[in-house]
Structure formats: C-alpha cells, structure tokens
Design a protein around this ligand. Structure first.
Ligand code: ATP
Length: 196
C-alpha cells in the first residue's frame, strides 16, 4: 500500500487538498481527528491528561478543552513532549488499523507536524502543500479568528518553508485558485495510481 504523508504549515491548505483526494474516492486519514478520538471522554488518555493538568483542562461538559491544552503546550516544551509521548503511540496504532483497512489504490495521511516529529516508517512519500506566509496568515485569520501575532507564533514553532520543501517528494503550490489546486491534485492522483 502506497501511503502518502500530507503536510504543510498552518493555513497552507492541507484539509482542502485532502478533501480533493477524498472526492476521488481515495482514503484520507486525518491524524488531527485521530488525536481527538483518542482523547474522547472515557479514553485512558483523557484520564492521564486530567491527572497531569487538573480538572481545569476539561470543559463544563467534561470533554477536553483543546484550546486551553494548546496554550499550555505552546508555552512549555516539556509539557508538549509529555503530551506527544502519550498521544503519538495511540494515534499510530489507530492509523495502522485504518491503513490496513484501506481499499483505495493508495491512501493519504494528513500529518500537520510530519516533519516536526519522529519519522513514521509507514509513510512512503511526503506531499507538501506550500503557500506563501502572507497567504497562510490570511487564511488562518479568516478561519480561526486568530490574530496575526498568534498565527506567526505558531508558524515559528513549525519547520521553515525551505525545510519542508527540501523534505518533499511532491509539492502542491497553493497560492492561486481552487481550480489550480484541483488540477495539481489530479496530476498527483495519476502519478500515485501509476505506482501500483
Ligand atoms: P490548518 O493547519 O490550520 O488546519 P490547513 O492547512 O488544513 O490549515 P485549510 O483548512 O485547507 O488549511 O485552508 C485554510 C482556509 O483557507 C480554509 O478556509 C480554506 O477553505 C481556505 N483555502 C485554502 N486554499 C484555498 C484557495 N486556493 N483558495 C481559496 N481559499 C482557500
């Protein structure tokens, strides 16, 4: 099974690209979604997060306050590493199961921090969605209601554009229209199918 790791900076267009592959009936595995799944109420991971950060990390409905957790781990690399050590093995296990169940000729795994974390041997090719920083800021601003400063702070915790492009097997440039994006996805779809 050809497993493509799809990555890119905040607001680069990863989800938009992933949706275009999904429209072609390609299995898309979203690791952000898996991270949410493994921290649902009743999951052991949520219990451990509450043990470490206290009940204050829960919303009134007892689900995880992700915004609060994000703030804590951005401010403290030790806490960030602790959380990664807890969640990454769980996410990988889920991911392996979904890959094993894939019926499409290849699959796309969306991993925002693919290049910031340990390499995963299951990933056979790296697809980078590239966008200019001003585009990233504008898109993330529109969508998440974050300030320019907050978005820049996130960008600076991520690898640079140059590092990302250097690691890429394939690149999608997302500085233009959605039509231009769809054309690039179609080309890669042809390429990935030809690998089988
Ligand atoms: P994040 O890492 O922050 O989750 P992302 O890389 O998944 O972001 P998307 O959610 O795909 O990025 O895109 C960010 C926003 O920009 C979305 O609202 C999306 O609809 C919009 N967008 C992405 N690409 C384009 C484009 N080429 N033209 C217009 N809007 C776009």
């Amino acid at each position: 099974m050809l497993v493509i790791g799809l990555t890119g900076g905040i607001g680069s267009g990863k989800s938009t690209v992933a949706n275009l592959f999904a429209e072609k009936s390609i299995t898309v595995i979203d690791t952000d979604q898996l991270a949410r799944d493994v921290t649902l109420p009743g999951q052991a991971a949520l219990h451990k997060i509450v043990e470490k950060f206290g009940e204050g990390i829960l919303l009134p409905d007892k689900t995880l306050n992700r915004a609060q957790l994000r703030k804590i781990i951005f401010a403290d690399p030790h806490k960030r590493r602790w959380l990664e050590k807890l969640l990454h093995p769980l996410i990988r296990t889920e991911m392996q199961q979904l890959i094993a169940a894939t019926k499409s000729p290849y699959c796309i795994v969306v991993i925002p921090l693919l290049l910031e974390t340990e390499p995963n041997p299951l990933i056979k090719r790296i697809l980078v969605v590239d966008a200019l920083e001003e585009q990233q800021i504008w898109r993330a601003k529109m969508r998440d209601n974050l300030s320019e400063g907050e978005i820049k702070a996130i960008i600076y915790t991520q690898v640079t554009r140059e590092q990302r492009l250097a690691a890429a097997d394939d690149i999608i440039y997302n500085n233009g229209t959605l039509e231009e994006l769809a054309l690039q996805v179609e080309k890669l779809h042809q390429l990935y199918q030809a690998f089988n």
